[in-house]
Structures are given as structure tokens and as C-alpha cells.
Design a protein around this ligand. Structure first.
Ligand code: GCB
Length: 608
């Protein structure tokens, strides 16, 4: 179990949270000698870099952009005297892919996994009232014992290079905010919430975890700041009369104020924005508050010019405005959990999230997206000697993701893998552990799924029985029978859907990927692949098929925007399947989707 709290960092009457973002000293460790040379006490050179950001796209030298290995960050922080007597932590929003943290030259913490937060306890090491030197060694090498999977090779010139088993650039560094936080000795560490909605009333079941002593009490305020319910004790329930439910694109957020006190003394206070809603799967329906919904939206990436995968609040705002404009209601955090701000915004805007753990590349292939279409399987990815270590990292990431995100009303499902090699018997015990852990950790028992590539067909996939709804990534008309063969692609696609229908799984299906690479510069009549016209034709063909199967309950196109990948023959300065360009301007397909999505009701394909 996690030994630290993942509550979102906030300043409250009892807590203090300070962002350490800004320019940090930065040095690449070309020889891998930083540790030996004592860089943990101070990073050499004069270069500085913004935090949060990926380090790669600032520089003009290719060897720096492609750098693989250790990189060192340093900042000096004054820890205020008023933090004395509190528990003091450094909280990293993420460090990609692993990090060692030093305070005043001493190793104070380490973490593996590049897309989830971790806390480093510096209570006994921090010198309050003085400057403290914070140094972080970050390593961005890919391997098969951590997620996402890949390899690190050595070029003839001795330099290392990343070979991802996935289709996005290996952006890395301190890509999310870093906070200095002070928390009282007796503190609230976590809260579990689940909802039951009845006639004119909702029940909020809760369970608060704490460190140290103190009595728990809870107050629930509506959006006008009116107290609507109260409860006492570390676990129990609260009732809300005539609740204002959290709905799709019509969010309503209550504030749950959790207090830890000793008589009249408030020991800790933490406010959490919550939405009252339920999610469940019934037959082939996805139900939100008991009513059927149809998902319209995107697979996305955290990816933009200059800062790469670094969190950019302006880009986030633009993305949400575009998603509203186009009539989307949902997205998948392909292929890793995103920055926490994005979930907070989705909570406020009423978007639905399929939250994905960074388990991508669990298929030994550098061109997964190509092999997927050939029907050729990999070589039993889940029976390697390293598999148990990989599984441990995977389970840990599932735990960190669920602990971090379980209270967001926007999160309606967990995606536990993307396009894994699920055709081998050895995948079954591995997947079973991952799926069981997600069920055990989630107080709301949200639906679980994994995104399946084409090899994972009706006859070959060994694991789809574990999914509460089936997520298909399908590229008919692109990797499979593209161009003039598109008519055959449609027939082949219908044949596959008929095969799924014949299995009678009685589960909803969601297309978590479909699309076509498209150069915004290209127009052609009649169409050719890569032209804007062709992207629209592929979508029309695919939508026709989606529309003719009643158990298809969602479509999330690949991708929201063009994004950076490793360079190669199949990629023109990145993946161009965006509906928007990387600069967030529409391609023609955006207008086609807007017309379709604005016309599809939320309960599209509701069963009578
Ligand atoms: C996929 C992958 C995604 C790729 C996409 C593509 O199946 O899940 O990461 O970017 O295909 O465009 O090939």
C-alpha cells in the first residue's frame, strides 16, 4: 500500500502549499558520472531550464533532443520558519521516468514511473528559515521492467538512444509542477467516496484516513456556499436532499470540507470538490446516474510545441474549448494519467474521462501500429523472466492512479492497458492481477477495460472477458485496406463486428481509436490517403459501421491533435491523425465531427 498521501496539494487554514516551478539549474550527465562526481550536492554548469516542461524541444542540437540517460535538476528553496512543527514534503506531479531526490546533498527519496505524483518526506532534513538545496536526478531510459515499455540501445558513437515500443515521443524530465507542502502532524491523508442516488435524496458513503489523532467531521456545501449536510466520524454516510447531480456537460460541484479536530482545536482541514453521480454498466448500456450515455470524443496526448509533454495551462484551456466547440463529451487519457489540473477542469466542465495507466508498449514491436494490422502476434510478452518486475511496476501505477483520481466525478472508467499482447495464455494471470487490484482499490467500483489492437480479435484475444466494456482500437481504411480498397475495409470491419455480435458478450463496446493520418497541407479531388478529403471519407465509412451495431456505445477518435513521435518512415514529423493540428487549428474532419456529434443525443442507441 502507498505510504504517502496523494491528496491534491492545497493551501488551507491548516496546510501550506508552495509551487516551486520556474527556472531550475539543469545538466545532462553524458558520462553517467554525476553521482560519482557529487552532483547531488550541486549541479555543474550555468544552464537553466523551465519546470514544468519536457527538456527536449528547447535545444537546437539533435544529440540533446535525443539524449537518453540521467539528467540533473537543481533549485535552492527557502523553507519558511512557519513550517517548523509540520510534516514537510516535496511533491512531484511527475518525474519521467524515474527520479532520485536529494536535499542538501542527502538522498531523501526515489520513485519509478513517470506519470504519477509522489511525495518525499523532508520533515527531519529541512532546515527551516534557511536556503536548502534541492537536487533531482531524473532518468528517462526505457526498459521492459517499467511502464511504458521500450528499449535503450547504444549507438556506435557510444550514445544511448530510446527505442519506445509505443507511438509517442519519449518526452521526459520534470514535466509537471513541484510543490513544497507543509501538513499538520495530525492530518487527513485520504478519503474514499461512493454514491447512492434515490428518490429526492442521495447518500454519500465516506471513509476518511488520517495520520495521528483527531476526530473527523464533514460538512457539505453547495455551489452557493450553503451547508447542505454534515457527518461525524471517520466513516459513515451523509444524506443530501434534492441533490443537484453531476451530469455530462452540466457539472455541479459540491465542496466537501473534511476537518480533523481535538475539541475546539482544528488540527487539519481539507476541502474537496465532489460531484454526486453514479456510473455502472448494465448489459450493453453505460449508465450515468442510471441513464444511458454515448461517448463522443478523443484519445488525446499531453503534447504541444516547445514544452512537449510539459503541462501547459494555456494549451489545456484551448483543448477544452475545442472539445466543447466540436460537441465532444469525453476523452481517454491515452497513454498515461494526465496532469491533475486536467481532471479538475473536466470535473468543472462535465467531461467524462477514461483514465489510462501508462501500460503501453506491452507488445514487443517498434511498429506496434503496423504489426497490429498484419495479424502476426508477438512473442509472448508476458512470459519473460522480467515479467514479475514489470507486473509490480504496473500494479504500483494502478494504485497510484486510483488513489490520485478516485474522487474525480469526471473519471468514469479505468483503462488498465493499451494494445497489449493479449493473444497468449500467459497474459491471463497477468491481466487478472491488474484487473483485480483496480476493482479492490476503487471505492466506486468503476468499470475497467483495456484498449485492444487488431490482433486481439474474437478468436485470438484471451483477456477480453476481464473488461467491463470492450475497447477497440481499429484502423480499417488506414492500416487495414486504405485508399481505393476502403470499400473492402468496410466489409472487413462489418465482418469483425458480426463476429463480436455472435459472441453475445452483452457488454457495451467503445471505439477508443480509429482514424487516418492527414496532412493539413494536402487537398485532393478525388481523395488520396493523407489528404483532408480522405480523412473525412474514412470517418464517414467508420461511422456508418458504428451506427449499425446497437452495442457500440462510444467513439473516441484518434487523435485530438497531431503529436510528436519518434522519427521514422511512417511518421511525418509526428503522428498526423489529429482532428486538430498540433497548434490546435481544425482540419476539415473537425467540421464533419462537429456536425455528427452535435446531432447525436446523449442517450444515442438507448435500449427501449
Ligand atoms: C495505436 C496506438 C496509438 C498510435 C496509433 C497510430 O493503435 O494505440 O498509440 O498512435 O495506433 O496512430 O498508429
Amino acid at each position: 500500500m502507498l505510504d504517502y498521501s496523494l491528496l491534491y496539494p492545497m493551501t488551507t487554514p491548516t496546510r501550506c502549499s508552495m509551487k516551486l516551478d520556474g527556472m531550475w539549474k539543469f545538466s545532462l550527465d553524458w558520462q553517467g558520472e554525476g553521482e560519482k562526481l557529487g552532483w547531488s550536492k550541486g549541479v555543474p554548469g550555468r544552464d537553466m531550464i523551465p519546470v514544468p516542461a519536457s527538456f527536449q524541444d528547447f535545444y537546437t542540437e539533435k544529440a540533446i533532443r535525443e539524449y537518453t540517460g540521467d539528467m540533473w535538476y537543481e533549485t535552492d528553496i527557502t523553507i519558511p520558519v512557519f513550517m517548523r512543527g509540520s510534516d514537510v514534503f516535496i511533491r512531484f506531479g511527475a518525474a519521467t521516468h524515474r527520479a532520485w531526490v536529494y536535499l542538501n546533498g542527502e538522498l531523501v527519496g526515489e520513485h519509478e514511473g513517470g506519470f504519477l505524483p509522489f511525495l518525499v518526506d523532508i520533515t527531519d532534513k529541512a532546515v527551516c528559515g534557511e536556503l536548502n538545496r534541492l537536487v533531482v536526478r531524473v532518468n528517462n531510459e526505457l526498459n521492459e521492467t517499467n511502464i511504458p515499455c521500450g528499449r535503450t540501445i547504444r549507438l556506435e558513437n557510444g550514445r544511448k538512444m530510446s527505442k519506445p515500443y509505443f507511438d509517442f515521443y519519449n518526452y521526459s524530465g520534470l514535466q509537471r509542477s513541484v510543490h513544497l507542502i507543509a501538513v499538520p502532524k495530525n492530518s487527513i491523508t485520504d478519503v474514499d467516496l461512493s454514491y447512492e442516488i434515490g428518490e429526492g435524496e442521495a447518500r454519500i458513503n465516506y471513509s476518511v484516513s488520517q495520520k495521528g489523532k483527531g476526530d473527523v467531521s464533514l460538512k457539505l456545501y453547495d455551489e452557493d456556499g450553503k451547508l447542505v449536510s454534515e457527518a461525524f466520524g471517520a466513516s459513515g454516510y451523509m444524506c443530501v436532499e434534492n441533490p443537484h447531480l453531476w451530469r455530462v456537460r452540466d457539472a455541479y460541484l459540491y465542496t466537501l470540507e473534511i476537518t480533523l479536530s481535538n475539541g475546539n482545536e482544528v488540527l487539519d482541514m481539507y476541502p474537496l470538490e465532489i460531484g454526486i453521480r453514479t456510473v455502472e454498466i448494465k448489459g450493453t448500456e453505460i449508465l450515468l446516474n442510471g441513464s444511458p450515455i454515448y461517448l463522443k470524443g478523443f484519445g488525446k496526448h499531453e503534447d504541444s510545441d516547445i514544452v512537449g509533454r510539459g503541462f501547459n495551462i494555456g494549451v489545456m484551456k484551448r483543448d477544452f474549448e475545442l472539445m466543447k466547440w466540436i460537441g465532444a463529451n469525453s476523452f481517454r487519457t491515452s497513454h498515461y494519467p494526465y496532469d491533475e489540473e486536467i481532471y479538475r477542469m473536466a470535473d468543472r466542465e462535465g467531461f467524462l474521462i477514461i483514465d489510462e495507466v501508462p501500460a503501453v508498449g506491452l507488445f514487443e514491436s517498434l511498429v506496434n501500429f503496423l504489426d497490429a494490422g498484419t495479424g502476426k502476434g508477438a512473442k509472448s510478452f508476458f512470459s519473460k523472466p522480467t515479467t514479475p518486475i514489470l507486473l509490480k511496476a504496473h500494479l504500483r501505477a494502478v494504485e497510484e492512479m486510483i488513489v490520485r483520481d478516485k474522487n474525480h466525478p469526471s473519471v468514469i472508467a479505468w483503462s488498465l492497458l493499451n494494445e497489449p499482447e493479449s493473444t497468449d495464455e500467459n497474459s491471463v494471470p497477468y491481466f487478472t492481477e491488474v484487473f483485480n487490484l483496480a476493482r479492490a482499490l476503487d471505492p466506486q467500483k468503476r468499470p475497467r477495460t483495456f484498449a485492444m489492437e487488431s490482433n486481439s480479435s474474437t478468436t485470438r484475444c484471451r483477456c477480453h472477458h476481464l473488461s467491463d466494456f470492450i475497447s477497440l482500437n481499429r484502423y480499417y481504411g488506414w492500416y487495414i485496406l486504405g485508399g481505393y480498397e476502403i470499400t473492402d475495409a468496410e466489409e472487413r470491419f462489418k465482418k469483425e463486428m458480426d463476429d463480436w455480435a455472435a459472441l453475445n458478450l452483452n457488454k457495451p463496446f467503445v471505439f477508443t481509436e480509429y482514424g487516418a493520418d492527414t496532412m493539413p497541407s494536402e487537398h485532393k479531388l478525388p481523395s488520396v490517403m493523407w489528404s483532408q478529403e480522405y480523412q473525412c471519407e474514412v470517418l464517414e465509412m467508420l461511422h456508418r459501421v458504428f451506427d449499425s451495431y446497437s452495442f457500440v456505445k462510444g467513439e473516441q477518435i484518434w487523435n485530438f491533435a497531431d503529436f510528436q513521435t519518434t522519427e521514422g518512415l511512417m511518421r511525418v514529423n509526428g503522428n498526423k491523425k489529429g482532428v486538430f493540428t498540433r497548434q490546435r487549428q481544425p482540419k476539415d474532419a473537425a467540421f464533419l465531427l462537429k456536425k455528427r456529434w452535435e446531432s447525436l443525443p446523449l442517450d444515442y442507441k438507448r435500449e427501449k
